[in-house]
Design a protein around this ligand. Structure first.
Ligand code: UD1
Ligand code: MG
Length: 458
């Protein structure tokens, strides 16, 4: 049996109090809609149709880039109307299964979706439910002798119904034939004057169709985002869970409340993470490495026995074993630090290779450069890599010593074993081999300068 997934994404996001679609807010490092699309991509759904409304171009572009078919719900007047528009764009296939997801429920897992789809083999509709401690805002599941008979939306619920804590997660799997038969029968006689997809439950129940349910255990999977408060509450819950999971696996996370693992963090043995660190996208950390407080690590690979000191930013880089980085270092994309290298405070390194045991410890900018092994770069050195139009490369060969305050005007090559005098502006290649290059004006002292300069003045 084939499967089509409909993602509902045309709502007006009113409760978000924002000009942009709620589905484009980021949670745990990705847009809300990206999480949903990723879950759908990993189940065997042949077709995916996304219902868009007067959605912002950015959302339309995202759907297009992901090669997802979309339909337009020009007047978003309810989830049933959205589904009706989606199925009217599809060829009729009464043997098809249809999975309906809300674009604003980001952490639904592929395992849950697969289980719900398979439950449809023995029923006409399978509803994803959850037992929620504080069910405010959600549709409530009404059962009669265990059988689901109706869903009542929060806004239409009496105070008695509001106490029901089994909620509709918004995830519905239904046989296409049944959906086509009943979708047009849904009315909008409710407080919001909206066509509620959830009203299909009562219609099926009244007509003796078989409704099954799947109770989702993990509350994070079922939380929908309607307001900014929902967004931050869900994100915080998820981040605490991720940090706790790693702590339980032996990573010494000093404070799970103050560690944000937004992407995929892979960690080996005896890693220690101090407070206020943020990890985004794919990050891997080798054994016995310490990350100081306030660090930001995004798409990077950190070796073993590394010490990342506080307030360091590493983005798109590889750090070899035994390196020391920071405090206050900024390592930018395309950088590779080979083993035992050191990059210290207020040093920015971009798109550069730093050789084994090479040290750049204070206040420098190294960009588009290749540094060999055993080099010492003094305080305040700058590779001048940009002439206003193009970027050029600086090469510093091994065993060189770059005096403090040196400017290397690229393209330029510092030969193996060069010494550069402090304060030099190097514009030509240096010969290396133990030579000293001095490229600054000769120091002179003008005698009696003060008395000449002040001559004639009182
Ligand atoms: C919906 C369910 C509710 C459930 C909750 C779970 C209905 C009527 N209610 O409520 O039972 O507990 O989700 O999170 O379905 N949308 C459209 N077109 C529209 C209206 C909405 O595409 O005309 C989309 C929205 O963009 C959103 C999804 O449908 O992604 C759900 O709509 P929303 O307004 O968030 O419904 P809830 O009040 O959360
Ligand atoms: Mg919602």
């Amino acid at each position: 049996m084939s499967l089509t997934t409909i993602i509902l994404a045309a709502g007006k996001s009113t409760r978000m109090l924002s000009l942009k679609s709620k589905l484009l807010f980021k949670i745990s490092g990705e847009h809300i809609i990206e999480h949903v699309c990723r879950a759908v991509a990993s189940i065997n759904s042949k077709n995916i149709v996304c219902v868009l409304g007067n959605s912002p171009q950015q959302l339309k572009d995202f759907i297009k880039q992901n090669e997802i078919q979309s339909v337009d719900q020009k007047n978003p007047c309810g989830t049933a109307n959205a589904v009706k528009i989606a199925i009217s764009s599809m060829p009729v296939n009464k043997n098809n299964k249809i999975l309906i997801l809300c674009g604003d429920v980001p952490f639904i897992s592929p395992v849950t979706l697969k289980r719900m789809v398979s439950k449809l083999d023995n029923s006409d509709l399978c509803l994803g439910t959850y037992i929620q401690e504080n069910p405010a805002g959600y549709g409530r599941i009404i059962r009669d002798n265990k059988k689901i008979v109706e869903i009542i939306e929060e806004k239409d619920a009496s105070s008695k119904i509001k106490k029901v804590n089994e909620i509709n997660t918004g995830i519905i799997c239904i046989n296409e034939g049944v959906l086509r038969k009943f979708i047009g029968k849904i009315k909008n006689n409710n407080k919001q004057k909206e066509y509620y997809l959830t009203d299909i439950i009562k219609l099926l129940s009244d007509n003796n169709y078989k409704i099954s349910s799947y109770t989702i255990k993990n509350g994070l999977e079922t939380m929908g985002i309607n307001s900014k408060k929902d967004l931050v509450d869900l994100e915080r819950k998820l981040l605490i869970k991720k940090a706790n999971d790693l702590l339980n696996k032996g990573v010494l996370i000093r404070d799970v409340m103050r560690t944000d693992i937004k992407g995929d963090l892979k960690v080996q043995k005896d890693v220690e993470i101090d407070i206020n660190c943020i990890f985004e996208d794919k990050v891997s950390i080798g054994s016995n490495t310490t990350i100081g407080h306030n660090c930001y690590l995004n798409r990077c690979k950190i070796g073993k026995n590394v010490h990342i000191k506080p307030n360091t930013i590493i983005f798109g880089a590889t750090i070899g074993d035994n390196c020391i980085v920071g405090p206050y270092a900024r390592i930018r994309p395309g950088t590779i630090l080979k083993n035992d290298a050191q990059v210290g405070n207020f040093v920015e390194v971009k798109n550069s290779i730093i050789g084994n045991r090479t040290k750049i410890n204070h206040l420098s900018y190294i960009g588009d450069a290749e540094l060999g092994a055993d080099i010492n770069v003094g305080a305040g050195c700058i590779t001048c890599n940009y002439d206003g139009e193009k970027k050029y490369k600086t090469i510093i060969e091994s065993n060189s010593f770059i005096g403090s305050g040196t400017r290397l005007v690229a393209p330029v090559k510092v030969g193996k074993g060069s010494y550069i005098a402090a304060g030099s502006t190097v514009t030509k290649d240096t010969p290396g081999g133990g030579s000293l290059t001095i490229a600054r004006s000769k120091q002179i002292s003008i005698p009696k300068w003060k008395s000449k300069a002040t001559k004639g003045k009182k």
